[in-house]
Design a protein. Sequence first.
Length: 124
Amino acid sequence: MYSIRIQYLAIFGSIVLLIFILFLIRRQRLKEEYSILWLIFGVIFLGLSIWRDGVDFIAELVGIAYPPAALFLILLMALFVIMIEFSTIISRISNINTHLAQDVALLKSEIEELKKELESTKIS
């Protein structure tokens, strides 16, 4: 009876996570391209919540003696994958920002030169 209650709670939590992610996407607070990993892992957790022996199977497959530890391993792997993905996105955005700052500096320099040329032609 106790394990069924935990299973229902896990299913409910996974569904709430998926609904929350979809809500964030719909409200445009989370872009679709960044939400794919969250949706994938939400579905994985929902699948593990529904498949009662899934955690036991994964624990046995990996060689973990205590099945709930396999669940923590899956959670940590999910977080690491998401962190790596966001790190690559942040790196790409940082490079874009650097190039944009350089372009703005060049444009400012050109504007200053054009202003000086315009002033010198007005004086002459």
